[in-house]
Design a protein around this ligand. Structure first.
Ligand code: UDP
Length: 235
């Protein structure tokens, strides 16, 4: 196996599926099945899911609400998505624990690093809810931070495109996909992989990132077994 301990970042926005808002159960089931295939191979899986399908901090500012309040609302949105994913995983027979960066003791365990690592060793899928627990961050930053803390081998950013391109492939037909790229090149070329805070955290801690298409069935299992899927960012 190429990657034994992974941190999978899923966007909240893609949970909407074909809908305009909220959670599409088909997407949840699809994610749960992908994660199960990784667990069945013996991988230790941690997941961070965004909240963009429900609320983003910047939206609050746009309508004249307080930004920090908005960020906390966004963090709570990630907890809602995490709870939904937890249920979907349990339905396919996977043991999970949801650890939150904000204390919500009735539904989540508090985030305790050692506990997270113990859960992973026992084969439980660990979902990190509420991002970093701090405003002005994103769930990409939470993914990078938690991955480093739990000593994950890689951050796998599941998206709807199959890697990093020279330009946005949804807008520019001549865009070409990279198989490999260095952190430095991403900076130089101004490519958009993650927000800068999240990306820098990976770079400074030499944590590789793979950007891949999570909607293609079997991709996650292929990736952790070492097949070339998506784009690998490394030193
Ligand atoms: N958020 C935050 N701190 C964190 C993680 C998230 O304040 O550590 C807030 C922020 O307002 C963000 C929202 O939660 O807009 C939802 O997360 P994100 O936008 O990263 O979700 P995604 O785009 O992946 O769906």
């Amino acid at each position: 196996m190429r990657f034994k301990r992974i941190l999978l970042k899923l966007s909240g926005e893609s949970l909407m599926g074909e809908q305009q808002y909220g959670i599409d159960t088909n997407m949840l089931v699809q994610y749960a099945e992908e994660i199960k295939s990784a667990v069945d191979l013996g991988a230790e899986v941690a997941v961070v899911i965004g909240g963009g399908n429900i609320f983003r901090g910047v939206q609050a500012e746009a309508v004249g609400l307080d930004r920090v309040q908005g960020d906390y609302m966004g963090m709570l949105a990630t907890v809602i998505n995490s709870m939904a994913l937890q249920s979907a995983l349990e339905k396919v027979g996977i043991f999970t624990r949801l650890l939150s960066g904000i204390n919500i003791q009735q539904v989540c365990e508090p985030y305790i690093r050692r506990r997270a690592m113990r859960h992973l060793e026992k084969g439980r899928v660990v979902i990190f809810g509420a991002g970093t627990g701090n405003p002005y961050f994103t769930t990409d930053s939470a993914a990078s931070l938690r991955a480093i803390e739990i000593e994950a081998d890689v951050v796998l950013k599941g998206t709807r495109v199959d890697g990093i391109y020279t330009a946005d492939p949804e807008k520019d037909a001549s865009a070409v996909r990279y198989e490999d790229i260095t952190f430095e090149e991403v900076f130089e070329k101004g490519l958009n992989v993650m927000d800068m805070t999240a990306f820098t955290l990976c770079k400074e801690n030499n944590l590789p990132i793979v950007v891949f298409d999570i909607n293609k069935k079997g991709n996650l299992a292929r990736l952790i077994q070492g097949e070339r899927v998506g784009t690998l960012v490394s030193m």
